[in-house]
Design a protein around this ligand. Sequence first.
Ligand SMILES: [Zn+2]
Length: 223
Amino acid sequence: MLKRTSIFVLFLFAFVFSLPQTTLAGSPVTDHKIIIDAGHGGDDSGSTACLNLPEKIVNLDISNDLKELLIANGAVNVYMTRTGDETLSNADRYNYANSTDGEVLVSVHLNGSTNTSTDGTQGLYGKMGKDKAFTQVMHNALWEGLKSTPDFTDFGVTNFASGLLLKTTMPATIQETVFISSTQECQQLTDGTGIRQQQIAQSLYNGLIDWFSQPPPPRKGKH
Ligand SMILES: [Zn+2]
């Protein structure tokens, strides 16, 4: 016959093992729905400051790396505005985004400057109420993840009246992750290892972790 304490322990084990697996092993992105927008594409190369590697290709590589991280950590849906070298208008992007049940949208870009020693990260938001808090969280994660890069500048977050940001119904941000026009970034992005792209994707992923960890996540509805 079992003692009372043994029965209690048995019940405890039964309870713990009956919990959904996501509760035990879940990441903050588990069960969330995220839209990734790889900037430019097709006829629109974005910055061509890095020889043989247009911005549009790096944007897609980082977006794919980010998608893999999210899926591996249980995100229930990851929506991509493009998965190939397609030409998309802003309207194509926001109409698609608004047709999904995505909770946030991250638009992945690289910045450009005529000064090849300029490097750093900047976040762009459209609507103050809808986008700014999300943009700040994502920007902070990029800065934390990439600030050890030599001569890397924190360009902060700033307002940018992009149709993509203004017309999407969910919190949305454009992240100008690094400067592709920077000599050091161009070298790393073209070294064939994909390590720099992975670092940038990891930093964006960390931002989404931070966003979905906030108690409670500030969802702003349809405004
Ligand atoms: Zn761009």
